[in-house]
Design a protein around this ligand. Sequence first.
Ligand SMILES: *Cc1c(COP(=O)(O)O)cnc(C)c1O
Length: 392
Amino acid sequence: MMERPRYRKATDVVQLGRDPRKYLGAVNTPIFRATTILFPTVADLEDAALGRYTGLSYGLHGLPTVVDFQSAMAALEGGFAALAVPSGLTATTLPFLALAKPGDHVLVTDVVYGPTRRFCENHLKRLGVDVSYYDPHAGATIERDFRSNTRIVFAESPGSLTFDMQDVPAIAAVAHARGAWLILDNTWATPLGFRAFDHGVDVAVHAATKYIGGHSDLLLGAIVANESTHAPLHRIWTDMGIAASTDDCFLGLRGMRTLATRLAQHQASALKIASWLRARSEVAEVLYPALPGARGHELWKRDFSAASGLFGVVLRPVARERIAAMLNGMRLFGMGWSWGGFESLIIPTYPERTRSATTWHAEGPCLRLHIGLEDADDLIVDLDEGFLRLGA
Ligand SMILES: *Cc1c(COP(=O)(O)O)cnc(C)c1O
């Protein structure tokens, strides 16, 4: 086979994970629905039972659409291999089960996605794993939070709700010097915005539900591992029977084809709207690391090559009913969880409720905006009318 040239990301998202010659010339890898796979001979069946069979042996793992999604994710992120899982939350939690054992200690960023934290509290502790949370701004000083039994550091950059940027390479250096693995939730940036393995990450996890799916109709996760972490991850994924469906991986691949194009538009519109918001008297601060002058911008500029369209806003002090009046009347922005689809979203957030190692002091209440693919000027009109209701 000819060596594959190294392409840029916009080409990779179009090219990776498909081979029309294998499927009657079809551009996309088709959906393969199968459970039972028939063996040609008893010898093959016995080889399969002993784990020596190289072909597909059962529909739980190894269907072509799933394998193509996994190989595309691994190549896009630059990891050794990827596993497809049914949700982003499965992707963030499974690595803990694969890599931690009773008596270990794990360090988790204080601004981690809420349900990841809930898993640590409800299950890791019950299984005898110590959990503590660290300041996302710690950088190399995270060493102070290390214990002799610290085995995992879990990062998310920028973090949920307040978009704190982490110095990932500095944290990776400390983790590795102390014999710990660094797991990164890279959902916000996608593999296009942050190359996790170039910055010392051992396991990069993604909610493909967000930008990779891109259309608010898919739940899917991906765990991309380096060579040393892939084996234990593959073991538990196999032993627990965790599988993403062929249909969902088809949609994951379909979303991936337009990821670079969509992300560029999300970023351009988000920057335009974030700058407009920053100039408003109702706004105390915009929490968007891609915005020049915003908190974390220097780290973002150093390490990232793209941004998504999700950011936070700190309002000047205002009564909660005024926020309800603003948000209830939005015409284009919808209110709902998740993000990364083509449509714009806005919700109130409560960052002070989920932290424990740090405290959140802001001048006023917070909002989270997802800037979709509508015309940015139309979105600005919607926000402008919203501010009239806020001030009324
Ligand atoms: C949404 C999200 C997840 C979970 O993804 P689901 O597919 O909804 O389970 C994980 N991490 C981050 C940062 C997220 O925003």
